[in-house]
Structure formats: structure tokens, C-alpha cells
Design a protein around this ligand. Sequence first.
Ligand SMILES: Nc1ncnc2c1ncn2[C@@H]1O[C@H](COP(=O)(O)OP(=O)(O)OP(=O)(O)O)[C@@H](O)[C@H]1O
Ligand SMILES: [Mg+2]
Length: 240
Amino acid sequence: MTAFDASQLGHWEQDVASLAGMLVHEVKNPLSTLNISSQLLLEELGDTGSARDQRTRRRLEMMKSEIQRIEHIISSFLQLTRPQQMQRDAIEVSRLVEDVISRNREAIELDGINILFQPQETPKVAGDAALLHQAILNLILNGCSAMPDGGELFIRVLISTYRGGDAVVIEVTDTGVGITEDAIPRIFRPYVSTRDGGTGLGLPTTLRIIRLHGGTILVESEPGQGSRFSVVLPTEGPSR
Ligand SMILES: Nc1ncnc2c1ncn2[C@@H]1O[C@H](COP(=O)(O)OP(=O)(O)OP(=O)(O)O)[C@@H](O)[C@H]1O
Ligand SMILES: [Mg+2]
């Protein structure tokens, strides 16, 4: 059994954030021009035409879809590096988790995964509902990806302490492939992914969100048995 506290990782994002953000902004404008132009060309070409027109159409469609893929990569990257404005609403964590689960339950169960949720009344957390929703969903989706042949996803909310203060913990436990000890610190780095079609931005974005809330993520894993990701949210919120 490996136990790991993500608070020991360095804050790499501050170093790359400003330059990367500028670069991404510059690239987005020409990309959106390309996107619009390819759309206009497709419309001009219409549905019918010679075999040559149809070939052109296919190539244009391919160009358009690749342009959109680049836009997606760029905007997820921007989201990761952008200095994040955070709401400080009083969040009922159990409610929020329940909401994330109920919006995704059907899709997850279709993949042969059984979700169990154990709610818990907790003190409210000063936080941003949309960001926390995204963070919890990322962990749930990762747990599901770790169980390609189905399994159990156990989610619970509990009261704990962190750095001498009260905290609310959200545990997401799967019965999936698990993660080796040396791989655990790596999975929080951007673009590290073993998943087909994964961008590897889910966990770094999630850690960033939780750190914005003054919290951390703990990982316990046993290869072949499963993993538990625990999000620790101090009830006092981040120090301003
Ligand atoms: N619950 C888990 N069990 C096993 N491996 C995991 C788990 N969560 C994350 N990982 C590993 O960490 C990698 C990085 O996760 P991360 O969420 O950052 O990216 P991703 O899921 O691959 O892609 P995406 O950007 O779409 O989230 C995964 O590809 C996987 O190898
Ligand atoms: Mg992910």
C-alpha cells in the first residue's frame, strides 16, 4: 500500500503560467480564423459536385476537425495556466457531490460500474461550486477509466482535520488497475496520460482547483487492487 500527499509537489504552474498564457492567446486568434474559413469553404462547396469536389470536401472536413482539436487542446491548457478567479460561496459538499453523481450516474452505470455514495452532513466549505464540480468529476471519470471491465466506485464525504483546522474530505475509491508507487507523483504533471484519447490535464487541473481552495489531494493505491483519491478541503477556505 502506497500513501502519498500531493502537497509535497512543487508549484510548477507559476513558472510557466504567464508566458504560456500569452502564447496561447496569440495562437487562438489565427486558429479561429482558420476554423471560420474552413466552415465557409465547406458551405460554398455544398453537398453535391464531382468526385473531385467530394474529395476536397472530405479534406476540408478533416482540416476543420483537426483545427477544432487544436482549439480544444489550447483551451484546456489555458484553463490550467490561467490565474483562476475563485468564488467563495458557502458550499454544502455532500450536496455538490450528489449533484455531480446524479448528472453522470447513467453514463457511468452503462460502463458496468456500480456507484455507491455515502453522504455526510458537514460544515460548509468556502469555495467555488463550478470548479469543485469539475474537480470531483475528473476524479470520478479517472476512477471509471481505471475499470475498463467494470467495478465499484465508492464515494464518500467525511469530516476530518488538515493542518490543525477542520476539513471536509471527499474520497473517490475505485477497484481498478491501481497506480505504481513511482508513477503517483508523475500523474499530477500536465500531459501525463496512459488513457486512449486522454489529454493528461485532468489531475493537474484538479490539483490546481483544490490548492486554490487551500486543500490537497491524497492518493493511496495498490496495483491490481484499486486507488483512492481523497480531496481535502479546509472548512476555513484558503488564506487570502
Ligand atoms: N483512479 C485511477 N486509477 C489508475 N490510474 C489513474 C487514476 N487516476 C489517474 N490515473 C492515471 O493518471 C493519468 C493522468 O490522469 P489525468 O486525469 O491527468 O489524465 P487522463 O485521465 O489520462 O486524461 P484527461 O485529461 O482526459 O483527464 C491517467 O492517464 C492514468 O494513467
Ligand atoms: Mg482524467
